[in-house]
Structures are given as C-alpha cells and as structure tokens.
Design a protein around this ligand. Structure first.
Ligand SMILES: [Zn+2]
Length: 694
C-alpha cells in the first residue's frame, strides 16, 4: 500500500466488507478485505436487519399464510448467517486470541437474539395459525417439512406452555446446562487428579522407547523421578495394549473405569440422577412419555422401538462372533503361557499381540502410495467417475490462508454447482480433527438457485523438506469421509436454506460420509491413484487384502462394545419415573446382554459417559451404528451394479444428496434403495455372512 492511499483511506469512512455486495467471483467471501474490527459492527447490523424483518412479519396486517409467515421467516436473517458462518468457521480453522475473545463477546449477542425470536409470542401465534391449517394448504412435501420444523422449533422451546410451565421449562433447561458443565468438569478432574508413578523400569517392559520418554518427561515435569502414567488416551491406551506387567494394567484399568464414583467432590452419581430426572421432567412437560421419545421424534429412527430393533438385530448377529473372538484371544494367550481367565485388563494386551502375529504390516509402509496430490486426484476423480462433475482451481478467489485452495465445481453439463475450499494442513490457530463446513448454504430465490460455498478442513501430515505430504491410510479414509459430506453440500438442490446439504437428522448425516469411506479398500478405486510417489509402482494387491482383513479384526467385539454403550444410553433415557436408586446397579442391569468379559463390581461407564450426559448424544449413541448400517446398505447397491455405476450414483444423488433435509430421511432412502435398509450389507462388509430373515 502506498503512502497516499493509506492517507486517503484514513480520510474515508472505513468500508465494512460485510455491508456491501461482494464483488468477487461467485460473490465469494472477500477474506482479504475482512478485518477483525469488521465483525462486531457487522453482527450488530445483521441482527438489526433480522429484527426488522421479523417485525415486518409480526406487523403484517394480512391473515397469516405460509408465504407471509413461514417462508418469510425462513428467508430472513441471510446477512446474519453469512457473518456467523464466516466468523465461526474462521474461529475453528484460523483463529487467534483476539478472535476467541471476540467469540465470547459475540456468542451472548446471538443467544439473546435467538431467544428473542423463539420467545416472540406474536410471531408464534402466526406460525401456529398457519400450522393448524396445514391440511388445507396444499403444500408440497418440502413446504410441509418447513412448516412442521418451524412449528416444532417454537413448541420444543416451550411456546405452547402456560406461563407457570414456561418458568418451569426455563428453570429445567438452566439446571440441565449447569449440570452438564459440572458433569464434564468432574470427569476432567478425575482424569487430571490421577497419576501413577513407577520408578522401577523393570516393571515397564513392553512399552516403546518413545512412550517411556514421554512418560519420563511427564514425571520430571512434576518434579519426580520415574515414569508417569495417567488416564489420558495417549498414556492409557498404549499402556493397556503393550505393558507386560499385569498388575499395573489392572491398576490402570480400575482407575479408568471408576471415574466419578469415589464418593468425593468429583463424584458424578448425584449429578447424573438430576440430569436424567430433569430431562424426563422436561420431556413430560412438553407432552412426551420419555426423554428418548422427545429426542427421537426428530431422528430418522423416529421411535425407541426402531432403535431397539437395530440394537437387538446387531447384537444377535455380532455377539456369537465376539464370543469366538474372545475364545481365540484366550487360546492365543494360553499358547503364550497365560492360563487364567481373560479379564478386561488383559483383553487389549493379548488382542494386540494376536493382531500383530496375524497381520504383519506396518501402517507407515502404505504412506508412499498416498501422496496428497495423487489422493486429491483420486478423490475428485471418483466424483467425476460417479457423477460426471469436474473441479477447476480458481486462484482469483480470496482465501483466508495462503495454503487454502479454491475450486469451482461444475456439473456434467458444465453448469456451475459450487465452490469448494480445501485446507489440508495443521497449524497454530486451527483446532484438531477434520470437518466439512459451509460459508454459504444453498437455497432458491424465485428462479435463482444460490449455490453453496463449501470448505474441507483437515489436519493431514505436512510435506517435509525432503518428502511431499504422504498420508496414512486413516487420513485417506478421513478425506473420503469429509468429501462425502462435501458432496451432500455440493449437490444440494432444495428450496430452503434450512433444508440444504447436511442440514439433516443426526442419525442420517453420517450416511453420505461413511458411504464414501467404503471406497478406501476397493482395489478398483486405489488403482486409479495409489502410485508410489518415487517408484510409480501401484499399491500391491496383497497390501490391500491385508488392510481389509485388519479393518475387520475383532469386529464382533468392537460392535458389541458400541451396542453396550447404546443400550446404556437408551436405558437412562427410557425412564418413565424419577430415578433415585443405585447408578451402578442400574447400569449393570442395562448391559447384561452385551457383557463379553467378566463383569466387575464397582466399575461404572455412565459416570464418565460425556457423550450422553454433556455432549448432545443423549438417546443418540445408537446413531453411530445406524449410520454404519445405512452406509453399508447404500454401498451394496453400488457393489451389485459396479462401484462406479453412474445410474446408481445418479439415483443416490437425486434421491438423497440433492434433497438434504427437505423430506423424511427414510422416505428419501426408500426412493433410492427401493426398501428400508437392512443390516446384511454391514455383515458382509465385516466379513460375516448375511442372515436371511425368517
Ligand atoms: Zn462425519
């Protein structure tokens, strides 16, 4: 910037890029022009506009109609979602201390604004007026969905309650918020408070030098000699797998499985009771028999009967397999001179040894075949093969970090479909993990179809001075997974933003992503791009076979473990009366059928089960398995016709991916598959034989 232009810009009123139309290709976000100081004024202005849009709806003198109320509400607040998406996406992918501070300032503003809407009784009166006439309105399916969703969003926030009940409702939600935080804090304290220091190195055989080095550093950070063990995953998991000393394994295992039940300040039993009871009361206040019923009405599963049907079918199929796996590990342990019955602290240790003996291959030996640029070609190429879409890099589109690349996505007929940003490497300011997100969703405005701006954020292995980025097999799977979510966004073709892309039920959203993971072990797919980056040799078939087998090692045990969590979750949320008895006994009862190894007294999963007591998975843990079944069942349709079959792909696109949350997921799914999903495809994928229903 020259001296003069600095001067002249100081003399002008600073332009807030959010408050003017973006003059970028595809109206992409002008990241290069957005500065930290633009956010708060942009949020304030966007909230003001949204409020005035809502006032217009409420003040409308005409009789409430679907168009002047439901659709008008749906189409309001566009600037606010743009600013919100930009800010919070960057706060995850490219944050700073200042930005995090700003988030703390902005979040309460947004909460207050959304409360003002959900508590606006005049607005709800209009919504209700339209809702009560829904059968006479001749709405198309997507409009019916929007009407139902809009009505529910008020009703589930207590809009239909009497004034006294509204106070009870608010009181319960506040109590639940606080209890979840306490629950989490207690688990964290339990983890942080526990350390085990061993000073005799002879007790630590089996652990790797790297592991011991970290353990020694941890001890010395506390001013102690020796090696420190704790309950965090990087310390606990390898110890259970590799530590030869059985007594130490037992000691660690018992510490891990007794979190929150020590009758001390960190005890979670009473907090759990209050959480399940308050959830039940909240559900009953809103007219549901159980908390599960309240949650599941907005899920693909719909009812607890359907959840139990899945859990029980999987249990019947996988339990015998799991029992055999345990027998095999027990036998193997015996061959090594271990004559006692396997206890829970022995399982990972001997299972790992048997795995090592059965599948001798090193994960790292795969990396040279997965050079990132080749993988990108392979994954994008897969979408081209299946759907005919193409990707063209456009360096003129502003990005939020120099490593981010932007692609224009075009349909098979050349029509522009979406923008796709990719952001592959870890750096300071990016949170760990991998995710797909949107800067802009998709919706239709009259004839005009607003196309989405989608972003893939990863934390893949970086290139080094001597090597390009060489991905692990897991990273390749992650790429396919997130790319599956991205396709859900790219193909979106719904009327309304609220239904677009991945705005679907929680137990459905992982179907398109897990579906894509299936390709990772298909030779036909890997042959397209899996070349050694130096020798140009194709990935050996023998290696692919080994990966496949390793993926299914102890699949029965793992499935039953997941079912165990699912049954426990459901048991707590199927309560119909206040719970006041023993937490541990209740849990032991709930997991009776899924018990594989000897049951131990005075251990408890629930008191440290953050997923369901503080993480939003209440009456939803089954979703992991539900989505796996859907993904395998979908992929089977491709396997039957050829994994690159374009007819099946187009049916998947047109019936599922394009429709987002515009209709019930089961309706969409049946249109694609011609029937409801069954667990058979998953059984086959897991190397088991499909059972024929009687
Ligand atoms: Zn996902």
């Amino acid at each position: 910037m020259t001296e003069e232009s600095t001067q002249s810009s100081l003399n002008n009123v600073p332009r807030n890029p959010f408050l003017h139309p973006f003059d970028t290709p595809h109206a992409a976000i002008p990241f290069n022009k957005i500065k930290l100081e633009h956010y708060v004024p942009a949020f304030k202005e966007a909230i003001r506009i949204h409020e005035s849009e809502i006032d217009d709806i409420v003040e409308n003198k005409e009789v409430p109609t679907f168009q002047n109320t439901i659709e008008a509400l749906e189409n309001s607040g566009r600037l606010l979602s743009l600013v919100t998406n930009t800010f919070f996406n960057l706060n995850s992918a490219e944050t700073t201390d200042e930005m995090q501070q700003l988030a703390e300032e902005i979040s309460p503003m947004l909460t207050e604004h959304s409360n003002n809407i959900s508590l606006n009784t005049r607005l709800f009166d209009r919504v209700k007026h339209v809702f009560t006439q829904k059968d006479n309105l001749e709405l198309v399916a997507e409009q019916q969905t929007l009407l139902q969703k809009t009505y529910d969003s008020f009703a589930d926030n207590g809009a239909n309650l009497s004034d006294t009940d509204k106070i009870t409702y608010r009181d319960l939600t506040e109590k639940l918020d606080t209890a979840s935080l306490t629950f989490d804090r207690n688990i964290l304290k339990e983890v942080n408070d526990y350390t085990l220091i061993i000073t005799d190195k002879h007790l630590l055989t089996g652990l790797s030098d790297d592991y011991l080095e970290t353990a020694a550093a941890k001890a010395s950070a506390k001013g102690q000699n020796g090696w420190l063990f704790d309950l965090t995953a990087p310390s606990y998991v390898p110890a259970m797998k590799f530590l030869n000393n059985r007594e130490l394994r037992q000691q660690l295992y018992m510490a891990f499985c007794t979190k929150g039940i020590h009758n001390d300040a960190n005890d979670n039993q009473e907090i759990m009771r209050s959480i399940v009871n308050n959830r039940l009361q909240l559900a009953q206040l809103l007219g549901y028999k159980t908390y599960a019923a309240y949650v599941l009405k907005d899920r693909m599963a719909e009812t607890s009967d359907n959840v139990y049907k899945l859990l029980n079918e999987l249990l019947a199929a996988y339990k015998p397999v799991a029992d055999k796996e345990i027998e095999a590990v027990q036998e193997y342990a015996k061959s090594l001179g271990f004559t006692e019955q396997l206890q829970p602290w022995d399982w990972a240790y001997y299972a790992e040894k048997l795995k090592d003996q059965t599948f001798t291959f090193n994960e790292d030996s795969l990396r040279p075949y997965f050079e990132l640029n080749n993988v990108i070609t392979g994954v994008f190429g897969l979408a081209t093969k299946l759907y005919g879409i193409t990707f063209k890099e456009n360096a003129d589109i502003p990005v939020y970090h120099p490593e981010v690349k932007t692609f224009e996505v075009f349909d098979h007929n050349g029509q522009y479909l979406a923008l796709l940003y990719t952001d592959f490497f870890p750096r300071k300011g990016k949170r760990p993990g991998a995710w797909m997100t949107e800067f802009k969703g998709q919706w239709k405005e009259g004839e005009y179809n607003h196309r989405p701006h989608i972003c893939l954020v990863m934390n893949f292995t970086r290139p080094t001075k001597t090597k390009p980025a060489l991905l692990s097999f897991d990273e390749v799977k992650t790429f396919l997974h997130e790319f599956g979510h991205a396709l859900h966004g790219i193909f979106s073709n719904t009327m309304y933003l609220s239904h677009s892309g991945t705005s679907v039920h929680r137990d459905f959203v992982e179907c398109p992503s897990q579906f894509m993971e299936n390709y990772a072990i298909e030779k036909e797919f890997l042959d397209d791009f899996g070349f050694h980056y130096q020798t140009k040799e194709l990935i050996p078939s023998e290696m692919i076979r080994k990966i496949k087998n390793a993926e299914n090692y102890n699949v029965g045990y793992q499935c039953v473990r997941q079912l165990n969590f699912g049954f426990i979750d459901m048991a707590w949320h199927m309560l119909e009366k206040d719970f006041s008895t023993n937490v541990i006994e209740f849990e032991k009862q709930a997991e009776k059928q899924t018990q594989l190894l000897p049951s131990l007294e005075n251990t408890c999963i629930s008191t440290a089960f953050g997923h369901i007591f503080s993480g939003g998975y209440a009456a939803g843990y089954y979703s992991y398995k539900w989505a796996e079944v859907l993904a395998a069942d979908s992929f089977a349709a491709f396997q039957n016709a050829g994994i690159f079959n374009q007819d099946v792909a187009n049916s998947f696109r047109n019936n599922i991916l394009s429709n987002g949350g515009s209709e019930k997921p089961m309706t969409l799914y049946k249109r694609f598959r011609g029937q409801e999903p069954s667990i058979n495809a998953l059984l086959v994928a897991n190397g088991m034989t499909a059972h024929t229903p009687k």
